[in-house]
Design a protein around this ligand. Structure first.
Ligand SMILES: [Zn+2]
Length: 123
């Protein structure tokens, strides 16, 4: 197997991904905090009044928040997976066709698992 990833480059992406992981985790923590606030506000509203005008808005807010939270969780998981691929030496290899993913693409999107051609086919 030809390794397009020299130790230098691996180190560079490791730093990139670690920075990305820190950011993703910070965002996740923020969303978790936000969702806690909504959770508290929601149970207050429910206990408060049977016909509370905030009801539907709260539910909408809740589903938006849970969607954003799920995204943030997925983002952290993506970065974790990329880091473990990097450790295993499979980082930068397309999961679909096995060809190398270009460095330019990885620089733009360090968690990419597909080469540009496969990404176009899948999406
Ligand atoms: Zn591919």
């Amino acid at each position: 197997m030809t390794r397009t990833f020299t130790p230098d480059r691996i180190e560079k992406f490791e730093r990139l991904l670690e920075a990305e992981r820190t950011e993703a985790k910070a965002r996740l923590a923020e969303h978790l905090e936000g969702i806690d606030e909504v959770r508290v506000a929601r149970s207050d509203a429910a206990a408060d009044d049977e016909h509370d005008p905030e009801g539907p808005t709260m539910t909408q807010e809740w589903s938006q928040r849970t969607a954003v939270l799920a995204d943030a969780e997925a983002e952290v998981a993506d970065v974790e997976r990329a880091l473990s691929r990097l450790a295993q030496g499979t980082y930068g290899t397309c999961e679909r066709c096995g060809k190398p993913i270009t460095v330019a693409r990885l620089e733009a999107r360090p968690t990419a698992t597909l080469c540009i051609d496969c990404a176009r086919l899948v999406r």
